[in-house]
Design a protein around this ligand. Sequence first.
Ligand code: AP5
Length: 232
Amino acid sequence: MTTPPAPRASRHARVNLIFIGPPGSGKGTQAVRIAEKYGIPHISTGDILRAAVKAGTPLGQQVAATLADGGLVGDDLMTDLVRSRLAQPDARNGFLLDGFPRTVAQARTLEALLGGVPVIVTMLSVATDAIVDRLSNRRICEACGITQSVFFGSEGENEACPYCGGRLVRRQDDAPQTIRRRLENYAAVAEPLIAYYRERPTFATIDGLQRPDDVSAAIAAHVDRQRLLLTD
Ligand code: AP5
């Protein structure tokens, strides 16, 4: 007689994930993979804001200078934005928040919004030197939106995307002086936010310097473990 497999959380059982970590730690790269794996929407507050700036909407006009400067958008605006995004039907069975919350005030509002429903928090940890290299070498395809890394020292601007032939461009906030400001702004708010989540059993720090596949595997192992514990 064969032994039945151990019960596993279903791929589509509700799963609420939060990715935190410094700029360039790989949140976006991993969020695409992990959201796909669990069948949940990837909600990147940075992507939402950049799309608004590109489209020239009132929101975009309001935040354009802050984004270009590497500053943080205000808590009230961000929490309103996330509240309305989480109310959409695709977030009913869970979500992956990438880049939110960024402050304790945002974390508290999110907690109130979820009414006690637990979140699984992953922090990606990467040393500052590696972050500066990564963001200096990051390019985004204007056509398909895919993120790529160009070789160290290459200008890489206006090269063709190897996937769709679109133009590879540097994100406006990846200019060297803006990267520095973003890192300073992150440092100013990160510690209290990490302290807010660190003692919770659903929190884990993952080494973001590993190969991308190894980072994904470590995140998935954390999420699967927590889902089993939460459904027990
Ligand atoms: P946002 O878009 O969230 O930017 P960020 O947090 O600065 O993070 P990044 O998108 O730069 O990096 P990432 O961690 O996603 O790394 P990635 O995967 O691309 O926010 C932008 C702005 O919006 C903020 O500055 C702020 O103004 C505003 N904003 C957004 N949310 C807000 C909020 N809640 N409150 C207030 N303001 C808010 O990877 C980086 C590079 O590394 C890529 O080239 C990638 O290919 C490479 N890479 C990834 N993983 C690896 C790996 N394992 N090994 C080697 N290279 C890797």
